[in-house]
Design a protein around this ligand. Structure first.
Ligand code: G
Ligand code: G
Ligand code: NA
Ligand code: MN
Length: 254
């Protein structure tokens, strides 16, 4: 398609950029992490959101190349913030199933960290529950090696895939992100409330941190606090913002 044809030139022309959405500790609303979210500043179409081109990039295998750019861009940003005296928090990078099947992923990742002088503890990887369905030996090895290098792994969109309890136990993950489809109606939909409560208790029993994503109202926040959720993310707290604004947020440590 027309979009796919422009992928490579766009990378060369510097049309991709990262925005950052804060993750907050529910207890204190302190910012304890950021999630990097890519955008495409297309010369004709304007700003394109990842939902409109990441699936295509995955189909075209461009996601491996783009993924390398994202990892480098996050490390470069962290190094620049450090130089500016910005108080750093871990930055989460979304990694697609296709990237997990790349046998160079871990080696490239670690080389990029070293190149920018960024500690593994400053990086978190978000993998979707559904990407684990395409689990391969290479993917499993990448996850094990990334975790061993000190990069924390989060299971994204939890509750929408079919990973089940046994899969949770096998994986070197430290965090579960409850999918936003369970959060939107949490105050009225008993099923959603039960799923969220059970997920929190399950995750805590496995020693995992729980993040609720897609928090859009104060009522949802109050509900999640009562349910014992650890961290929150969503438009009610903070929208994804450009790097300069993210730095301001970290300075204030809102
Ligand atoms: O911002 P938006 O709601 O359009 O994001 C849509 C999807 O794109 C989300 O599932 C998100 O995880 C994914 N996404 C956003 N940034 C990245 C990225 O840097 N890499 C990958 N692989 N996926 C991303
Ligand atoms: O699949 P993933 O969880 O990575 O998707 C992240 C996407 O969710 C981002 O594109 C971000 O813009 C979007 N997002 C973040 N907070 C909210 C929210 O409160 N409501 C909605 N509808 N989307 C959100
Ligand atoms: Na994510
Ligand atoms: Mn998610």
């Amino acid at each position: 398609t027309e979009l796919a044809a422009r992928f490579r030139p766009a990378l060369q022309e510097g049309e991709f950029r990262l925005h950052f959405q804060p993750k907050l500790l529910l207890e204190t609303l302190e910012v304890v992490g950021l999630e990097a979210l890519i955008r495409w500043d297309h010369p004709e179409h304007g700003l394109i959101f990842p939902g409109d081109f990441i699936p295509l990039a995955e189909e075209q295998d461009f996601i491996v190349r783009l993924g390398r750019w994202i990892i480098d861009a996050v490390c470069r940003q962290l190094a620049a913030w450090r130089l500016d005296g910005v108080p750093l928090v871990p930055v989460a990078i979304n990694v697609s199933a296709r990237q997990l099947r790349d046998d160079k992923l871990t080696g490239d990742f670690i080389a990029t960290l070293l190149e920018h002088g960024i500690e593994a503890a400053l990086i978190e990887i978000e993998i979707t529950e559904s990407s684990l369905i395409e689990d391969t030996p290479v993917a499993q090895r990448n996850l094990d090696e990334l975790a061993r290098a000190g990069i924390r792994l989060a299971l994204d969109d939890f509750g929408t895939g079919f990973s089940g309890l046994s899969r949770l136990k096998q994986l070197p993950i430290s965090t579960v992100k409850i999918d936003r489809s369970f959060i939107g109606d949490i105050r009225n939909d008993t099923n959603d409330a039960v799923i969220v409560a059970s997920t929190i208790s399950l995750a805590h029993n496995l020693g995992l941190t729980v993040v609720a994503e897609g928090v859009e109202t104060r009522d949802q926040l109050v509900h999640l606090k009562a349910a014992g959720c650890d961290q929150v993310q969503g438009f009610y707290l903070q929208r994804p913002v450009a790097a300069e604004q993210a730095a301001a947020i970290l300075h204030k440590k809102i």
